[in-house]
Design a protein. Sequence first.
Length: 114
Amino acid sequence: MYPLNSQVIADTPDRKFFYQREAMLLKRYMDESGAATVPGTLEDYIEKVIRPTLERQKKAGQVAANLMAAYLRSFEFQGTGETRHEMSSHVTKRGVPERAGVHDTQDFLFRHCS
């Protein structure tokens, strides 16, 4: 459930494949949540896509979430110490963020939404 353009970190054929699959999942989750486009802020993304998706999955009986992190990055998730508002600066609709911004956003979402 990752909203940023991953071009900057899809640097191997395997990662490129898995990030393409993640993009397909994101589209599905957004469609199911009624979001026509990626929300413009991280706060909106969390509230309009992540929370509704997790709530639907819980209501359907899902007891855990399968995180694809092992295929996409290291397991070294850092505590960013940033607020949602501060992290929103990394979210863009069409732009490719800096590599550090991608990992910071992943770390933030993992820590605050899991």
